[in-house]
Design a protein around this ligand. Structure first.
Ligand code: HEC
Length: 164
């Protein structure tokens, strides 16, 4: 008798556990099956942009003549931006539409081809900047930097809420 009630109890525990799993699986249906939650996409992409800014800002200061030019440092920063640029689109999943704490316009998901094209433009421009930065020749670097900055602005103008 005792034996039986014990196994009944453990059957109940097992059932509760299964129910718990089922509940948590249902709560995740908005994001891709088994994939990241919307807020994780948002955090991921904002992290990528912050890493880009961390490297891009000091390069801008050099190009504007506000900071000394250190060719090795500049080349490292340019290489990093070129490596980060292809990581951008991964952070924009339709499940993040209407997310809080984002400056991304929902238009992105109505025009994914255009958004991807603008991301590709940055990949091309930043890869070129990384290549030219190896020359150590600031006169060649400046136009490549300006072209990269334009690629940032083109996407922000269209798909970012507050441009700053
Ligand atoms: C293909 C489009 C696109 C390109 C190209 C792009 N951005 Fe952005 N950027 C965005 C969007 C959209 C956001 C808003 C992201 C969010 O809040 O979820 C953003 C946000 C940012 C942010 C704010 C991040 C934060 O803390 O929330 C910075 C900084 C930034 N971008 C810098 C840059 C720089 C520098 C470049 C060029 C080297 C660049 N971006 C290129 C679309 C782009």
């Amino acid at each position: 008798m005792l034996q039986r009630s014990r196994s009944f109890k453990s059957a109940l525990v097992a059932a509760a556990l299964c129910a718990g799993l089922a509940i948590s699986a249902t709560a995740h249906t908005e994001s891709p099956a088994g994939g990241p939650k919307p807020e994780h996409y948002v955090k991921y992409r904002q992290s990528v942009f912050n890493l880009i800014r961390w490297n891009f800002g000091p390069m801008a200061a050099v190009v504007k003549g506000q900071a000394a030019y250190d060719s090795a440092r500049f080349a490292t920063q340019a290489t990093r931006v070129a490596a980060l640029a292809p990581m951008i689109t991964e952070g924009f999943h339709p499940s993040t539409k209407g997310a809080k704490k984002t400056e991304a316009k929902d238009d992105i998901y109505a025009n994914p081809a255009e958004f991807n094209r603008l991301a590709k433009d940055l990949e091309t421009a930043s890869a070129n900047l990384a290549r030219v930065a190896q020359s150590g020749n600031l006169n060649q670097i400046k136009p490549a930097f300006v072209a990269t900055g334009k690629a940032c602005g083109a996407c922000h103008d269209k798909f970012k809420v507050d441009d700053h």
